[in-house]
Design a protein around this ligand. Structure first.
Ligand SMILES: O=C(O)CCC(=O)C(=O)O
Ligand SMILES: [Fe+2]
Length: 342
């Protein structure tokens, strides 16, 4: 079936993606995923990011544990649970966050911090080109989505440099490389070094994302799915030990593009003339409320019930979950199962 061919879109030599906006939007409507080539971030910069991550991950566990991930989503994150088995170096925030002397940032000298900062800025700029593309295709002002993601509004973007390690013996059956999930935010970029990432195809099969030289994997997250009135698809993806056996490791870099916390996700509706406009009288969540609801939902369903039992503002979270259920977000995904189970 033609639609089962994983979309690969080349934007070489295009400063503005307008000539490709229909193709890009179609891929995000059908698959929620595509591979973008020719997007302009130099390969040397990406290679440097991998080298920095490989250097850090080679440190001893006790060295790495000196920089635990903090509230600002900066630091070293080690997971070995039902959600996945991986380690990552995480740099939250937009421009400037890596320049201070805090946590993991103190590990790197100023020159390397600047390299990370530059890479973040390049990812940020790329995300804006895509956000403008979607707005244009929906017949909205071109900055409709991008202004909610501007540096000035301080969106909680996250750069996560990942390593899925090799193992001597296979971990317990309920521990995946990374569990099947949808992302929470607007757009995710994954720069892969090796195979193993699988996505749910439009016909509901698991398919391994092809490795395309110089390609970045782009996918839509739940917040933009909700915001677009589900026109843009937030698709399940995973990495399993069956696809990525224990004697192989995987390095990847993920950049999560999120709207700033107080942007209003006014659910869009397609109009008779094909353009989109906010649904009149619809429930409006802010991006921050949506992220809080997702965080709460995942903690309820995860090993972190401890956090829930200690939370003092449960009414706030319960209220958000109700709103999310009423909006009916992502009915095809794990989100609904999690939230309905509450
Ligand atoms: O490492 C990958 O390729 C996927 C990472 C991912 O899906 C995530 O961190 O949300
Ligand atoms: Fe993901």
């Amino acid at each position: 079936m033609a639609t089962e061919v994983f979309p690969v879109i080349d934007v070489s030599c295009l400063d503005d993606f307008t000539p490709k906006s229909a193709e890009i939007t179609r891929a995000c409507q059908d698959w929620g995923f595509f591979i973008l080539t020719g997007y302009g971030i130099p390969q040397a910069t990406i290679d440097r990011m991998f080298a920095l991550n490989q250097g850090f991950c080679a440190l001893s566990p006790s060295e790495k544990s000196k920089f635990p991930i903090d509230q600002r989503q900066i630091g070293y994150d080690l997971k070995h649970s039902k959600s996945g088995a991986h380690e990552s170096m995480v740099f939250g925030g937009v421009k400037g966050e890596v320049q201070d002397t805090h946590g993991l940032n103190t590990y790197w000298d100023a020159a390397k911090r600047e390299e990370i900062e530059t890479f973040k800025a390049q990812c940020h700029e790329l995300s804006h080109k895509l956000l403008r593309t979607f707005a244009q295709e929906f017949g909205l002002p071109s900055t409709y989505f991008s202004e909610a993601h501007s540096d000035a509004s301080n969106p909680p973007n996250v750069l996560r440099m990942l390593h899925y390690p090799k193992f001597e013996t296979r971990p317990a059956n309920d521990i995946p490389r990374i569990k099947a999930h949808t992302d929470w935010g607007s757009i995710t970029f994954v720069f892969p070094r090796s195979g193993g990432l699988e996505v749910e195809t439009p016909s509901g099969e698991w398919l391994e994302v092809p490795l395309v030289p110089g390609g970045v994997v782009v996918n839509i997250g739940d917040a933009l799915h909700l915001w677009s009135g589900r026109a843009l698809k937030s698709t399940l993806h995973r990495i399993s030990f069956d696809r990525l056996p224990i004697d192989q490791d995987r390095w990847s870099i993920a950049y999560f593009v999120n709207a700033n916390n107080d942007s209003r996700l006014e659910v869009l509706q397609k109009q008779a003339d094909g353009t989109h406009a906010p649904q009149p009288g619809g429930i409006v969540l802010t991006a921050g409320e949506y992220y809080d609801a997702r965080m709460y939902g995942s903690r309820l369903n995860d090993a972190e019930r401890n956090w829930v039992s200690k939370a003092t503002n449960l009414d706030y979270y319960e209220g958000l979950l109700k709103k999310v259920q009423q909006v009916g977000v992502a009915d095809h995904s794990v989100v609904a199962d999690k939230l309905v189970a509450v």
